[in-house]
Design a protein around this ligand. Structure first.
Ligand SMILES: NC(=O)C1=CN([C@@H]2O[C@H](COP(=O)(O)OP(=O)(O)OC[C@H]3O[C@@H](n4cnc5c(N)ncnc54)[C@H](O)[C@@H]3O)[C@@H](O)[C@H]2O)C=CC1
Ligand SMILES: [Mg+2]
Ligand SMILES: [Zn+2]
Length: 276
């Protein structure tokens, strides 16, 4: 199956195509969604900080207008990326997730971190460049491990104080320099719940644009210890029976996929497919 959305570095001097607009309050949308005819969108009263050509959707070029501030566009509203993830077309959410990461990265790399001078976009490449020190910055991607720890019919799920009320999810955390994926997973599980794990198995990966994670998903078996929640990070953690699960994360997340695969295996049901 060919993908409907492919990323590319497009020349902003070319007219036409679709555009999305992003302000501190999220993406602009109307009854037709978040993609607007680009020439029409650029005629609206928007405070444009930068324009980026980001890829092709169904063969049509797509641009991002990154705005300084929110503005009124008749018939339109603004909403955050998470709302687009929770309802709406998954491909459009992927376009917006990519747009959000490129927009944030370019905005936060307007000046060189080494000498403080203004940086410029490298033509035909997704990079910011400082001429005096020859420094190049590329979009940031942070590897993060996410793991479902299981013990027979039970799965270990936890709550962060940041989660929606009642929702429990798998354990996750960012890799530190020098760590392997397995080292990171073992450390995160120890830090967050003081549990030891064994038989670590890689399950799949997913790009997660909150803010710029590359989630590597694993399954691991319980090897020892009693649950002790990390102060401030983990509000509650429990072993849940696969027949009696709490409210779970959003259906397209890798966290949910890891849980759904394990439950399907225990119950002998067909396994789900990881959303891209
Ligand atoms: N797609 C999914 O199903 C899920 C994704 N996640 C994502 O996994 C990632 C890691 O999860 P957390 O439990 O929040 O991580 P975590 O357990 O490592 O704690 C987060 C803290 O780590 C620090 N940190 C270290 N390295 C960082 C980096 N490169 N970028 C940002 N903060 C860094 C910050 O102080 C941050 O507050 C997040 O992006 C989160 O949104 C988490 C659960 C489910
Ligand atoms: Mg964590
Ligand atoms: Zn510099």
């Amino acid at each position: 199956m060919t993908s409907r959305w492919t990323t590319a570095v497009l020349d902003t001097d070319h007219p036409g195509g679709w555009a999305v607009a992003r302000s501190p309050e999220g993406f602009l949308f109307d009854d037709n969604g978040a993609l607007f005819p680009r020439e029409w969108l650029k005629r609206q009263d928007l405070s444009i900080l930068a324009e980026h050509g980001i890829g092709h959707l169904d063969g049509e070029p797509v641009y991002l207008l990154e705005l300084h501030s929110v503005s009124e566009v008749p018939g339109c509203n603004w909403k955050g990326l998470r709302a687009f993830m929770l309802d709406g077309d998954h491909t459009v959410y992927k376009v917006l997730g990519y747009a959000a990461q490129i927009g944030t990265w370019a905005r936060e790399h307007r000046f060189c971190g080494n000498c403080g001078q203004a940086m410029t976009q490298v033509p035909r490449e997704r990079a910011m460049h400082c001429q005096p020190c020859e420094l190049r910055n590329y979009p940031r991607i942070s590897p993060s491990m996410i793991v479902l720890v299981t013990r027979g019919d039970e799965v270990l799920l936890a709550r962060s104080p940041r989660f929606v009320t009642g929702v429990y999810s798998t354990l996750a955390g960012f890799a530190e320099p020098g760590e392997s994926a397995e080292d990171c997973l073992i450390r995160e599980v120890r830090e967050e719940v003081q549990i030891e794990v064994k038989n670590i198995q890689y399950m799949g990966s997913q790009c997660w644009p909150f803010p710029h994670s590359m989630m590597l998903g694993f399954h691991a078996e319980y090897a020892g210890g009693e649950i002790v929640c990390q102060e401030d990070e983990i509000e509650d953690a429990q072993w849940f029976n696969v027949h009696d699960l709490p409210p779970l994360p959003a259906s397209k997340s890798i966290a949910r996929y890891l849980i759904d695969v394990y439950v399907a295996r225990r119950l002998g049901h067909a396994e789900p497919v990881l959303p891209g």
